[in-house]
Ligand binder design. Structure first.
Ligand code: DGI
Ligand code: FE
Ligand code: FE
Length: 185
């Protein structure tokens, strides 16, 4: 176990730590097959949920301080753990790589014009081996045919899930999908 792994093991519940290891491994594989830095993908995967288990009050207070909150994320504060996590891995772990910070920031909602590492972490978060939900296997297969189809399938899945669950849909997820659908990379 390297030092970043043991740090995350201490920070997260066993279940979420295992999820993080799965995302790290899956992200490294996706990086390999799409010509992206494998090591960066592994690190981003390992730390992507750094702020996931912060108490809600702390999450909201930090988000307000950073100015990253909005109406929907205040109504569903779990949506804040990406941007807050990116801030914390920079200030507490000294991770300064802008691509890693962006990938952590946008791993829950996505955004327009996501970079490759952002797409990799968004997708890996949904298809790592520990994820068991209807449609997960289909998404894994889709990801085999390339990052582009994988990320589109993942965004579609999220939007469908939110519609079914009757939850508010954040505009950034829609923008991420529209951009890719209209030919953006
Ligand atoms: O942190 P994880 O559980 O590993 O996964 P995640 O960071 O993708 O967070 C997943 C949660 O975020 C899941 O409960 C669905 C929710 N979510 C994602 N996009 C939206 C959303 N919830 C709302 N209300 N609106 C969104 O657009
Ligand atoms: Fe997350
Ligand atoms: Fe996650």
């Amino acid at each position: 176990m390297d030092s970043l792994e043991s740090l995350m093991a201490r920070r997260l519940s066993p279940k979420r730590y295992n999820h993080s290891l799965g995302v790290a491994q899956t992200a490294a594989e996706l990086a390999e097959s799409s010509g992206t830095d494998r090591q960066k993908a592994r690190i981003a995967g390992l730390v992507h949920d750094y702020a996931r288990e912060l108490p809600t009050e702390q999450l909201v207070a930090l988000a307000r301080k950073l100015g990253v909150e909005d109406d929907i994320s205040l109504a569903c504060p779990e949506l804040l753990h990406g941007p807050v996590g990116a801030h914390l891995i920079e200030s507490e772990l000294g991770i300064e790589d802008p691509e890693i910070l962006l990938a952590v920031t946008s791993h829950t909602l996505g955004r327009r014009k996501m970079g490759k590492l952002e797409q990799i972490i968004y997708l890996a978060d949904m298809i790592e081996p520990g994820r068991r939900y209807p449609g997960a296997e289909r998404l894994r297969e889709l990801a085999q045919s390339g990052l582009q189809s994988g990320i589109l399938g993942a965004l579609d899945h999220t939007l469908r899930f939110l519609l079914e669950a009757g939850k508010p849909i954040h505009i950034r997820t829609i923008e991420a999908r529209n951009y890719l659908l209209m030919g953006g990379e």
